[in-house]
Every structure is written in structure tokens, then in C-alpha cells.
Write a protein that binds this ligand. Structure first.
Ligand code: KG4
Ligand code: ZN
Length: 338
């Protein structure tokens, strides 16, 4: 079965083709980062307009590159939430229109389910059950995954998500938006010099809180007479150490307590090198196995949506061609397949 996947929940138009037997056939992406950069964040109306401009040409190009036509597609999966409503509506409208015109099923996908299944695009992929650390611009969650659709959120962010903390700190350091990758690059030049808090590091539960960390960075910056490049590098270094220390400790604690041995890391912050290295290193001693998506599939993309569509086809495929979206869809609302 060949699934066309469409992702338009925020500022990336992602399109992919996934074959349930052969795996990922191809994918393409248009990023709106440059469009929103001058506003310091995503402008929803501009995002919707840009998705409209790019979505059809991207689908056309992907099909042509694979020497396929729309008639080869058996099913269309699209992100139906959570996300920006206007942006989601562009993807759902195009997906339902294609499905309706070809008389094939459509499959609405939860964006976060796409993220947490993304490591299954890799050759070496996890098996159920596993623990997922989902760290993106809007989420920092630890999820106990027992089957497709069976997701128990055991830890969540109490305030700023991990990606949000990276972005806000990057902004304080004058790195622009989104700043996660830029902050990480700056941190590589820095060294241990400052001390920042590790919020909730030793608490019993698995919840995260990163807004205090960002405030501590602001206080530290205000204390500096001159914000030299070296000081910025050292602040970035310590910020990255602090946030990754907390994410790693909570993940390993949850694995141990839930008696699991596989950790799946996904979402944009999953691209962070330091997080990856620490998780791999510290998991070795405990015989835990860590799975990451390829870097290009950590951030938003169509491949994870096409994959989720293929895995979910028998559960949520529909033929009513209504394009309702759910901008505030909660992952815990999904139902297991069995
Ligand atoms: O999953 P994603 O593409 O979009 C959401 O669904 O939110 O995640 C985007 C987030 C942004 O906050 C971005 O700064 C962060 O992921 N990010 C990173 C890195 N690459 C992207 N954060 C830390 N280190 C990185 N290398
Ligand atoms: Zn995302």
C-alpha cells in the first residue's frame, strides 16, 4: 500500500511517500524558517499562505521524481492536529480533496504520534513496548508506548517545553529564531564556567520545568558587564548541559522504574548532539537501547506522517472526506488498535 503523507501543522510543508512493504519511497520539505525569522516566531497567517503556495508543487515534484502519478497512491495521511488551525486546514483540505477525487481513504494523523513513531523509519527500529522522550518546540513528554495508539503520558512539561527553552535562551543570546540548533553550535565552542540550575532533577516524578532555567540565564546575562562572545559560548554550554542533564536523568529513571529497556527519542530537540551522546553513553552501563530518527526526521517532516498513516490505516482510515482539524488534539485521546 502506497501512502502519501502531508505535514502542515506549523512552519514546514512536508510531503512523503511511504510503501508499507518497501518503506520510505521519497520525501520533500519546504521550511518557512526564513519567512518567520524577522518576526522572532511563527506568524500563523503567513504560515497558512505559504503552505498554500508550496503544497501542490511539492506533491507534484515528489511524484514526478519517483516516476509516479497520483493514481499510484492508495491512501492519504495528513496531520489533523495539534497545530495552527489555518496551517492544518491547508494540509487536510488538500489531502481530503486528493482522496475524494481518487476515491481512496484518508487517514488523519496526530502530529505527536508521527514524531514518536519516526524512529521506526530507520532500519534498526524499536519494538513495543518502549519509552518515548518527545522533545519539540511545544512538548517535553515521557510516554509509555505499548502499541500504536496506546500512549500513556507519564511526564510532561509544567511550563516551557525543551525546544521553547532552547529558543527563548537563544533569543536572549541574540541567536535569532528558532535558536535550538544555533545555540547548540555555540555551546560546542564553550566550556564549563558558569553554574545554572537543573530544575526538578531530583524530584520523584517525571515532569519537567524549564522556565526557571531560562530566567536564570537572563539573570546571568544581566550580571555581565560585557556580553563577550566567550561569555555567550560558556552560557550556551552550561544551558545545554543543564537541560540535557535533566532530560537524560528523567528518561533513565523512567526506563528503570517501568522495567523497560528501549528508549525512543523524537522531536526537534532530539537532533541535539549533546543529548544524543549523553543518552547513548549513560544507557550503555544499564543495557538500555536508544533509538533516534535520522536528523532530518527529528524536526517536522512528511515521512513520519506517511509512516503513521501506513501503520494506522486499518484503524482510522475514513472515506467521508470531511476535513475537520483539531488544533488542540491531545495524544492521550488516541485509542489503541487492539
Ligand atoms: O519537532 P519540531 O520540528 O517542531 C515542533 O513540533 O515543535 O521541533 C522544533 C524545536 C525548536 O524549538 C528548535 O529550536 C528545536 O526543536 N531544535 C533543537 C535542535 N534542532 C532543533 N534544539 C536543540 N538542539 C538542536 N540541535
Ligand atoms: Zn513537531
Amino acid at each position: 500500500m502506497l501512502v502519501l503523507g502531508i505535514e502542515t501543522s506549523c512552519d514546514e510543508t512536508g510531503i512523503a511517500l511511504y510503501d508499507s512493504e518497501k518503506g520510505l519511497i521519497g520525501h520533500t520539505l519546504h521550511s518557512q524558517i526564513k519567512l518567520h525569522a524577522e518576526y522572532g516566531g511563527v506568524v500563523p497567517e503567513l504560515a497558512s499562505r505559504d503552505h498554500i503556495r508550496h503544497i501542490i508543487p511539492l506533491i507534484d515534484k515528489l511524484l514526478k521524481d519517483q516516476s509516479l502519478t497520483v493514481h499510484s497512491i492508495d491512501s492519504v495521511a495528513y496531520t489533523a492536529g495539534p497545530g495552527l488551525s489555518g496551517a492544518l486546514l491547508v494540509g487536510s483540505c488538500v489531502a481530503e480533496a486528493i482522496a475524494c477525487s481518487l476515491n481512496i481513504p484518508s487517514v488523519p494523523i496526530h502530529h505527536l504520534e508521527g514524531h514518536l513513531l519516526a524512529p521506526m523509519l530507520e532500519e534498526e527500529s524499536p519494538s513495543f513496548p518502549f519509552l518515548a522522550l518527545l522533545v519539540s518546540g511545544g512538548h517535553s513528554q515521557l510516554i509509555h508506548v505499548t502499541a500504536i495508539g496506546d500512549y500513556k503520558i507519564i511526564g510532561d512539561t509544567l511550563d516551557d517545553a525543551a525546544g521553547e527553552a532552547f529558543d527563548k535562551t537563544a533569543q536572549l543570546l541574540g541567536l535569532g529564531y528558532p535558536g535550538g540548533a544555533a545555540l547548540s553550535a555555540l555551546a560546542e565552542k564553550g566550556e564549563a564556567f558558569f553554574n545554572l540550575p537543573r530544575p526538578l532533577l531530583n524530584s520523584h516524578g517525571y515532569d519537567f520545568s524549564f522556565s526557571g532555567l531560562k530566567t536564570a540565564v537572563l539573570t546571568l546575562i544581566k550580571k555581565q558587564e560585557f556580553l563577550t562572545e566567550t561569555i555567550k559560548e560558556n552560557i550556551a554550554f552550561e544551558f545545554q548541559e543543564a537541560i540535557t542533564d535533566v532530560l537524560v536523568k528523567k528518561s533513565l529513571l523512567a526506563l528503570e522504574n517501568l522495567n523497560l529497556d528501549q528508549l525512543v527519542v523524537s522531536g526537534g530537540v532530539g537532533a541535539n548532539k549533546q543529548l544524543r551522546q549523553k543518552l547513548i553513553q549513560q544507557s550503555k552501563d544499564k543495557n538500555f537501547k536508544v533509538f533516534f530518527p535520522a536528523l532530518e526526521f527529528c524536526t517536522d517532516n512528511g515521512a513520519m506522517i506517511a509512516l503513521a498513516g501506513a501503520l494506522r490505516h486499518h484503524l482510522s482510515a475514513k472515506n467521508d472526506y470531511k476535513f475537520t482539524v483539531n488544533p488542540r488534539w491531545r495524544l492521550s485521546e488516541l485509542k489503541p488498535t487492539a
